[in-house]
Design a protein around this ligand. Structure first.
Ligand SMILES: NC(=O)c1ccc[n+]([C@@H]2O[C@H](COP(=O)([O-])OP(=O)(O)OC[C@H]3O[C@@H](n4cnc5c(N)ncnc54)[C@H](O)[C@@H]3O)[C@@H](O)[C@H]2O)c1
Length: 300
């Protein structure tokens, strides 16, 4: 059992990460500006942009591992310069506080948006499915902040890797458990609406992951971080696409610029490969939208 700090533990993804880690037997402390009732964790209300407050909180907790989720999580929620500044400042603040407190493992949430899909100038993958070796091409302040974060992770490995394990993960579009039954997803639509209107999901290449699966990924990383290359990056997504048909057909119809690589996908396969997580950590998403989605009271 480890003592784990989850920053942003009260968020859409954080709630499920906290729950998965507690269920796996970790002692969990959520540090967030907000708090939630009924969380299986100690909750501290701290503005992590405040360096002194962050350092004091971490010094008191002395965590073994830190999972950094706190961020402005929606592209366009603030002007690009603000998202970039806030997200990178949060990374520095939490990194410094975590290292000073003696934490020996630190996992940070990046995003698949580092790939650059949705760019107004057009976007074409070099190949599909996308994996961690595919070049990044961020086109907005949010994606740029996540590329910067991944670079800071590599920097931290060079500077502190002799005593601390680092990792970055790129969770696909996170579906929290209540969203299968109709609660609004991050972009405001329900999952059923995203299936019924593929254009809503096509912009993010039909990607998704159940938040509980993402929580289990975090536990797998904490348990195995000593055994995988330091600074590893992982896509964390469901093995299928959030599209009611063959993925290649969905790409040809809704993302014609990427159609050249569509033939490289088979059946309902995800556009994103999570093979790295499966091979290095033994993690694979278990919850698929066809099983989880509740349509008019009936599971899909
Ligand atoms: N939701 C997704 O689909 C998705 C996809 C890819 C990556 N991510 C990343 O995963 C992480 C979590 O995303 P989410 O969807 O849970 O976001 P969220 O907005 O629901 O949660 C983020 C949490 O961080 C907290 N926070 C923000 N600024 C803070 C500060 N200064 N001090 C303390 N707490 C602060 C917020 O209060 C919130 O509870 C983010 O880093 C996001 O970029 C999310």
């Amino acid at each position: 059992m480890s003592r784990v700090v989850v920053t942003g533990g009260a968020g859409r993804l954080g709630r499920s990460v906290v729950t998965a880690l507690a269920e796996a037997g970790h002692e969990v402390v959520s540090i967030d500006r907000g708090s939630l009732e009924g969380m299986p964790a100690t909750q501290l209300s701290v503005d992590l942009l405040d360096l002194d407050a962050a350092a004091a909180a971490f010094a008191e907790i002395r965590p073994d591992a830190v999972v950094h989720l706190a961020a402005i999580a929606v592209p366009g929620a603030l002007p690009d310069p603000d998202i970039y500044r806030i997200n990178t400042q949060l990374v520095w603040s939490v990194l410094q506080a975590a290292l000073a407190s003696g934490a020996t493992k630190m996992l940070l949430a990046s995003s698949p948006t580092v790939m650059g899909y949705g760019s107004p100038s057009g976007w074409e993958p070099q190949y599909l499915p996308l994996d961690e070796k595919h070049p990044t091409a961020p086109w907005n302040g949010y994606g740029a902040s996540k590329v910067a974060m991944e670079q800071i992770v590599q920097m931290a490995v060079r500077q502190h890797g002799h005593r601390t394990r680092f990792g970055a993960f790129r969770p696909c579009y996170v579906i929290a458990p209540e969203e299968w039954a109709g609660a609004p997803t991050q972009q405001g639509h329900t999952v059923a609406e995203r299936i019924a209107n593929p254009e809503l999901s096509a912009v993010a290449l039909f990607n998704y992951v159940d938040a509980r699966d993402a929580g289990e990924f975090v536990d797998a990383w904490i348990r195995k971080a000593d055994d995988v290359p330091n600074g590893s990056t992982f896509f964390v997504g469901a093995p299928d696409a959030l599209y009611d048909g063959d993925t290649a057909d969905g790409i040809r119809q809704y993302l014609p610029a990427a159609a050249g690589a569509a033939d490289q996908l088979s059946g309902t396969q995800s556009v994103f490969s999570s093979d790295n997580a499966e091979q290095l950590l033994g993690w694979r998403a278990k919850r698929l939208w066809r099983d989880e989605l509740v349509r008019e009271g009936v599971t899909a």
